[in-house]
Ligand binder design. Structure first.
Ligand code: UDP
Ligand code: MG
Length: 140
């Protein structure tokens, strides 16, 4: 079993798509290990996306990610990282395969509904950003 970290981004919450997106995730075989609704500040959003600090979209990304509540989750499945990237689709919804979460629900490359970790190593770091060790224990 492998873990990945996802965030239902502020646009997902605003569009009242939390349930629809979690339905897609569970139907694809992912187990929800941990979940909360929270709100990033500009500082914490900037820290989460620190790897993109030098990119031209960083300011907008930080502003968007701190613009409202979001729903981070730890997910578990065989091959979770790669399978989840397949499920969400390309960063730009216009390039995302039919039936992927971003193709179905996202408006733009910036406001693209959902985050997915890009490696198991980063998934563990990102999980620690939102959840304590106790919260990350699978109890079911
Ligand atoms: N992003 C953006 N413009 C870009 C590329 C990325 O606004 O040209 C935003 C978008 O919200 C994306 C996030 O920055 O999800 C992180 O970028 P990354 O390249 O890691 O894409 P992801 O892994 O989310 O597909
Ligand atoms: Mg990424």
């Amino acid at each position: 079993m492998e873990r990945t970290l996802t965030i239902l981004k502020p646009d997902c919450v605003r569009k009242q798509l939390i349930g629809a997106v979690i339905d897609k995730i569970e139907r694809a075989g992912f187990r929800v290990v941990a979940m909360k609704k929270t709100r990033l500040t500009p500082d914490t959003a900037g820290e989460f996306y620190a790897v993109h600090r030098e990119r031209p979209f960083y300011g907008e990304l930080v502003e968007f990610m701190s613009s409202g509540p979001c729903v981070p989750m730890i997910l578990e499945k065989d091959n979770a990282v790669a399978d989840f990237r397949t499920l969400i689709g390309a960063t730009d919804p216009a390039q995302a395969d039919a039936g992927t979460i971003r193709q179905l629900y996202a408006d733009s490359k910036g406001e693209n509904i959902i985050h997915g970790s890009d490696s198991a190593e980063n998934a563990a770091i990102e999980a620690g950003f939102f959840f304590s060790a106790e919260e990350a224990v699978r109890v079911n």
